[in-house]
Design a protein around this ligand. Structure first.
Ligand code: 6PG
Length: 242
């Protein structure tokens, strides 16, 4: 469907836009009598976005019963660990919205990675009922972008993972060695809508490279190109340089 770039003054405006478009698409799923499956991203950028989303949604009637939350990647740590992407999303968003535990499908970072990657892939197959190309089709997948061009926990130089035919893989952070569970490009590119949320001037160079440059191909984020789906960049003015 193509790529769209939207520039905002700050994270709050990004969150306001995301809150509106998400609400619209959740309502469309409700009208079509089907679940809405979203995978949340991790790291620091989404934290402020989730806080603003919670503030916005607390004033609205959203049909959370049909919304199922997943993660596009997770650090292999327990849920109460400050590094946990689930822990951050739960405390900033899901707990405030009183989302049912039945609708929260966290990656169990406390489990052995090689077992958890299988368990989580099976949970995705069981819960994400919409299929495209006979693989689970998420309604939304949120992603961040690292300065080295990684996204989710898809890091440069890990071609076996980047080319994987699986839904999820075990990866390692290149400097800390921390084990991660990550969606693969195959699963991400099968989504209806993939949303990169990137802010801050320290990301301007990598954003410009991924969006505009011929050198983009050396970075994992350049592999994100949902076939029939939409690729949306939500950037602030600092992270977008013409
Ligand atoms: C993670 C994320 C990762 C993150 C980028 C950007 O688990 O860390 O999935 O891909 O989105 O590293 O992180 P910041 O938002 O902290 O810059």
């Amino acid at each position: 469907m193509g790529q769209e770039i939207k520039i905002f003054n700050n994270s709050q405006d990004i969150a306001q836009y995301l809150s509106f478009t998400l609400e619209e698409d959740i309502f469309m799923s409700y009208e079509e009598n089907r679940c809405f499956c979203i995978a949340l991203s991790g790291g620091n950028t989404p934290k402020i976005i989730f806080q603003h989303l919670a503030d916005s949604y607390l004033k609205k009637e959203i049909i959370w019963d049909i919304v199922h939350f997943f993660w596009s990647d997770e650090r292999c740590v327990p849920p109460y660990d400050p590094d946990s992407n689930y822990g951050m999303a739960y405390s900033t968003l899901l707990e405030k919205l009183r989302v049912s535990k039945n609708n929260i499908h966290r990656i169990k970072g406390e489990n052995a990675p090689q077992k958890e990657v299988i368990r989580y892939s099976e949970e995705i197959r069981k819960k994400v009922l919409t299929l495209e190309n006979n693989i689970p089709c998420f309604d939304y997948i949120l992603l961040g972008l690292g300065n080295d061009g990684h996204t989710a926990s898809l890091f440069p130089g890990t071609d076996k993972i980047l080319d994987s035919e699986s839904l999820c893989e075990v990866s390692q952070h290149p400097s800390s060695g921390q084990n991660r569970i990550t969606f693969t490009p195959k699963l991400i590119n099968n989504a209806k809508k993939v949303v990169f949320i990137v802010t801050g001037k320290d990301k301007a160079e990598i954003v410009s490279t991924i969006i505009n440059s011929a050198k983009r191909n050396q970075y994992p984020a350049s592999l994100i190109n949902p076939g029939k789906g939409q690729l949306l960049w939500l950037l602030d003015t600092e992270s977008f340089s013409k």
